[in-house]
Design a protein around this ligand. Structure first.
Ligand code: UDP
Ligand code: MG
Length: 321
């Protein structure tokens, strides 16, 4: 029997096909826990997910639900989960059963016996995901890791156990766009992996279409490295150098009376297109950072909680953090 008070954090967005099964599998594992809560965050689902969650929470008081007023995204949902977790430790898991709940006791064991503040799931294999998703994920995590100012473990998602110290430290983060796996690595403490095979989604489709994946990856890049800005500067310096060299060359041709100097329309065009591209690219990099500064300066809440179920301490209308 595990005596540690544990919160299971499960973000859900349009998961009507899996949520009942997820609850059943998680609940079965929770038999080994003395004190626990299962915290679902409904991220503005437009299907039956909220109804199913309400029914589950009505019958089982160990289930708590936060309902967002609309879809805010996976990372805000996990953030809300961490902020509202009552446990001494929390385990974050996706709703689609790609990560096995049966690993919870082993994660607790690693936390207790190895003194790890974070036990992060390391995917040795990813089943049932497209070649495109796997290859872009591999490339992304490797390049982010080489650019990032802190080492980020490869092939890990948000499936992880975090203890109270990590949760409290996390809650100090005011940034509005969060790349949670990066923030948790950034925090330090003692972090240990647990290796597992990532299963296929139990049912339904991915809730991370290409658009959301790109936004997520961009947040990771913008918030964890300033190197693209430096790269823009280096590119600029390189171009200035090439430009000066070419100017000197043209001048020399002109002075030496070379008749061929009037030709060169293609080379001019190529140069204009190339350096035009370089300029737009670097403006794009600047735009990315300025956009995130804009998001942070607005200081809007990351999510709005429309309803909180089985949260006796949160009376309706009371301010949530
Ligand atoms: N999710 C969410 N809000 C979103 C998108 C996803 O809360 O806007 C949840 C989703 O319900 C799931 C988890 O985030 O529990 C991961 O999503 P998914 O499994 O679809 O992503 P994938 O595994 O395909 O990368
Ligand atoms: Mg999934």
């Amino acid at each position: 029997m595990i005596s540690l008070h544990t919160t299971i954090i499960i973000p859900c967005f349009n998961e009507e096909k899996v949520i009942a099964e997820t609850y059943r599998r998680v609940k079965a594992v929770m038999k080994e826990f003395k004190k626990y809560e299962i915290l679902f965050i409904d991220d503005g689902s437009r299907d039956q997910t909220p109804t199913i969650l309400r029914n589950i929470a009505r019958a089982d008081k160990s289930v708590r639900v936060l309902m967002f007023s609309r879809n805010f995204g996976h990372q805000p949902a996990v953030t809300a989960g961490i902020r509202h977790a009552a446990g001494d430790v929390a385990i974050i898991i996706d709703a689609d059963l790609q990560d096995p709940p049966e690993l919870f006791p082993e994660m607790i064991r690693i936390h207790q016996q190895e003194g790890a503040n974070v036990v992060y799931g390391h995917r040795t294999k990813r089943k049932g995901e497209s070649f495109f998703k796997k290859i872009t994920a591999k490339l992304f995590y490797r390049s982010l890791n080489s650019l990032s100012e802190v080492p980020l473990p490869l092939d890990t998602g948000d499936f992880r156990l975090i203890d109270r110290k990590v949760m409290d430290a996390f809650c100090q983060f005011g940034e509005k766009n969060k790349y949670i796996r990066g923030i948790i690595s950034w925090l330090g403490f003692s972090q240990a992996p647990i290796h597992y095979v990532r299963e296929e989604r139990f049912a339904g489709e991915t809730k991370y279409p290409f658009r959301k994946m790109v936004r997520f990856a961009t947040t990771g890049l913008l918030y964890f490295t300033k190197k693209p800005l430096k790269l823009a500067m280096h590119l600029g310096m390189f171009c200035v150098f090439v430009g000066l060299a070419m100017a000197a060359w043209v001048l020399w041709l002109h002075l030496s009376g070379d008749a061929s100097v009037a030709r060169g329309w293609p080379s001019q065009l190529i140069t204009i297109i190339f350096f035009g591209g370089v300029q737009l690219l670097t403006i794009g990099v600047l735009g990315g950072y300025i956009g995130s500064i804009f998001d942070e300066v607005k200081n809007r809440p990351e999510y709005i909680i429309g309803d909180a179920i089985n949260f006796p301490e949160h009376k309706p209308g009371k301010k949530h953090r």
